[in-house]
Write a protein that binds this ligand. Structure first.
Ligand SMILES: [Zn+2]
Ligand SMILES: [Zn+2]
Length: 246
């Protein structure tokens, strides 16, 4: 089955030259949107699509560059396309995403009083592989980002690692490559030090070559062009471009 990747955006949290780091995975008849940040709806429009073309959304964690467009996704899906958008999210984030983020905009007395009233909520258990469509399966892997804030990466189709926002975790990458036949690593990358709650380019450059060769960089800063040719064997993912993942 053909699987395609189109990053709607590849920008870091505060990037302005790039849209938020949100991704589309298309199998033959299904489109999964991974994260829907503030710029998500505009980037989708730029790609010639709308929420009617999206079959489900998966959320990695609760930061505006990953969930800021969900209010629009919910309203447009129910009002314009007459259906609740399927929302795949870690079970531990179902409560917080409503109480801490979405309730303020979506709440409507007597009609929309919980997340399930406006989304078709599909809670995910970390470490458990879940089939999302015929050609797409995901297994959430909890990774560190902000202290006290649950954040998730995931393993797609038992061969592609997609990092959420995360601090450098070389042991995880080593294990995925050695023990789980990971072929491709789509990794967030902060180009300038310090990394703090993200992974820096220098950290990724410290990895052994056999891991670096599998890495594609995303969630990067506005000055990415200054680093072209300086990322070893790791390539920058380009936003809006469609990649065939075979
Ligand atoms: Zn982010
Ligand atoms: Zn984040």
């Amino acid at each position: 089955m053909t699987l395609k990747l189109q990053m709607l955006g590849t920008g870091g949290a505060f990037a302005k030259n790039y849209y938020n780091n949100n991704a589309l995975f298309h199998d033959e008849d299904f489109t999964l949107l991974v994260d829907c940040g503030i710029t998500g709806p505009t980037a989708l429009h730029k790609a010639g699509l709308n929420f009617g073309n999206i079959d489900a959304v998966l959320v990695t964690h609760i930061h505006a560059d990953h969930v800021g467009g969900l209010e629009e996704a919910a309203f447009v899906s129910t009002l314009q396309y007459n259906r609740k958008m399927p929302l795949y999210i870690a079970e531990s984030l179902v409560g917080p995403i409503w109480e801490q983020t979405l309730k303020g905009g979506l709440y409507q007395e007597g009609h929309i009083t919980c997340l399930e009233d406006i989304f078709d909520v599909r809670p995910l258990t970390p470490g458990v592989k879940t089939a999302i469509s015929k050609g797409i399966s995901v297994e959430l892997i909890q990774t560190l980002h902000i202290p006290g804030k649950d954040s998730f990466s995931f393993y797609l189709n038992d061969r592609i690692f997609y990092s959420g926002d995360m601090v450098f975790h070389p042991e995880l990458l080593r294990e995925l490559v050695d023990k789980r036949n990971c072929e491709m690593i789509l990794h967030e990358c902060q180009l300038v030090e310090p990394g703090a709650v993200h992974t820096t380019l220098n950290e990724l450059l410290s990895l052994p070559l056999d891991i670096q060769e599998r890495i594609y960089l995303m969630h990067y800063n506005d000055n990415a062009a200054d680093f072209f040719g300086k990322t070893g064997s790791m390539a920058f993912l380009e936003q809006q471009r469609i990649y065939e993942l075979a």
